[in-house]
Design a protein around this ligand. Structure first.
Ligand SMILES: Nc1ncnc2c1ncn2[C@@H]1O[C@H](COP(=O)(O)OP(=O)(O)OP(=O)(O)O)[C@@H](O)[C@H]1O
Ligand SMILES: [Mg+2]
Length: 350
């Protein structure tokens, strides 16, 4: 089964040349699956041909994906997907500059130092972030994933009759979208943080220029805000969810209800931002929020105040061409949910 480790990879060495008319990214989650179908229209110009966001009912992921994929109108036989959350890990390791062959050897020997999993239970991969710099040190990104997660994914895709040449990791896919589309290039000369806030987990990545240099999962997400609102205001989960998404004149009551959750999240974020400042001798100047849960009303203002940095929402679809038919179907929250699926689809083109 050793060949499987080749699937879990950031680099596309194994992916055959692009041959179809479109590229498909699937963000497969336990509660929702998302799809982005993208076509290239020239250098760094991409069109969103279609998208889907569907709930997973009673754990039936295969069925959900089958429904989603029925909609794809261009010919395809493979898709890009990624893994995330518990059982996956990204590490950034400064190392003396060496060839990738030497790095490979050193990595094999020292792997146990970097990951808290037994080596025979994981697939791991590494990538040099700054291969062309002349510095003595190089920045190495290493990732590991429990074997059963990859094996389960391959089984799932095979069941759907799909080929897969590559399985990535969510934060790297999202970093891909951020690097391709984020328009405020000037900001990118400094340290910039991006937090993807989902249903159960928020992933914080900090970039130096275009290179991610820190990634961490904080296990707080939209569900925790809803739960707190439901407890404090004495509503069912569904009622609390509806109120959270559209609080209107009850906004201050909603903020008061969810504040404790933000406090907890801020504590974790501060630990990470402080660690980064010390490690890289550079403060983070801006924090971008994306993911469905980043639309929580009042959140940006609170974070800006307590973290004392600029906080803005980032819409991952901002730089895409989208025709009127698709654009009509896209709601605001959909755009914020599609960053990972889009980054995966774009692997076909870089
Ligand atoms: N307008 C809104 N205001 C506040 N929260 C919202 C809004 N719209 C969606 N959400 C929240 O976004 C969350 C889902 O976001 P997203 O689709 O990015 O998560 P996910 O990727 O499926 O989850 P995970 O990454 O944890 O697996 C839900 O908790 C939902 O309540
Ligand atoms: Mg997500």
């Amino acid at each position: 089964m050793d060949f499987l480790k080749n699937y879990f990879s950031y680099i596309k060495g194994l992916i055959p040349q692009h041959s179809s008319e479109c590229s498909i990214g699937l963000d497969i989650g336990p509660t929702e699956c998302k799809m982005a179908v993208v076509k290239s229209q020239g250098e760094k110009i991409f069109q969103l041909l279609d998208f889907a966001i569907e709930p997973v009912i009673s754990g039936h992921i295969v069925e959900t994906l089958r429904q989603i994929l029925k909609r794809v109108q261009c010919p395809y036989d493979s898709v890009y997907s990624a893994v995330s959350g518990r059982g996956t890990l990204i590490r950034y390791i400064p190392m003396p500059r060496m060839s990738s062959e030497d790095l490979q050897r050193s990595f094999e020997i020292e792997m146990d130092k970097y990951f808290p999993f037994p080596r025979d239970q994981i697939y791991a991969d590494f990538y040099i972030l700054n291969p062309h710099e002349k510095t003595m040190q190089m920045a190495v990104m290493a990732a590991a994933c429990r074997r059963e997660i990859i094996e389960e994914r391959i089984k799932l895709l095979t069941e759907l009759g799909l080929k897969t040449y590559f399985i990535g990791i969510n934060p790297v896919a999202l970093a891909n979208t951020f690097n391709i589309f984020h328009s405020e290039k000037k900001i990118r000369d400094s340290a910039v943080a991006l937090m993807d806030m989902g249903e159960s987990v928020s992933t914080l990545t900090i970039f130096l220029g275009e290179q991610p240099r820190f990634t961490r999962d904080i296990f707080i997400g939209g569900r925790d805000f809803t739960k707190k609102i439901s407890q404090r205001i004495n509503l069912s989960f569904e009622e609390a969810e509806a109120l959270k998404n559209n609080p209107h004149e009850r906004l201050s009551q909603v903020i008061e209800a969810y504040e404790d959750v933000v406090r907890h999240m801020v504590h974790e974020m501060k630990l990470s931002l402080d660690y980064f400042s010390t490690e890289y001798n550079q403060d983070v100047s801006v924090l971008f929020l994306t993911g469905g849960a980043s639309l929580l009303q009042g959140l940006t203002d609170i974070l800006q105040k307590v973290l004392e940095i600029q906080v803005s929402l980032w819409d991952p679809l901002e730089g895409l061409k989208i025709d009127a038919v698709i654009s009509k179907k896209l709601q605001r929250q959909d755009s914020f949910k599609l960053g990972v699926a889009l980054g995966l689809a774009l692997y076909d083109y870089d």
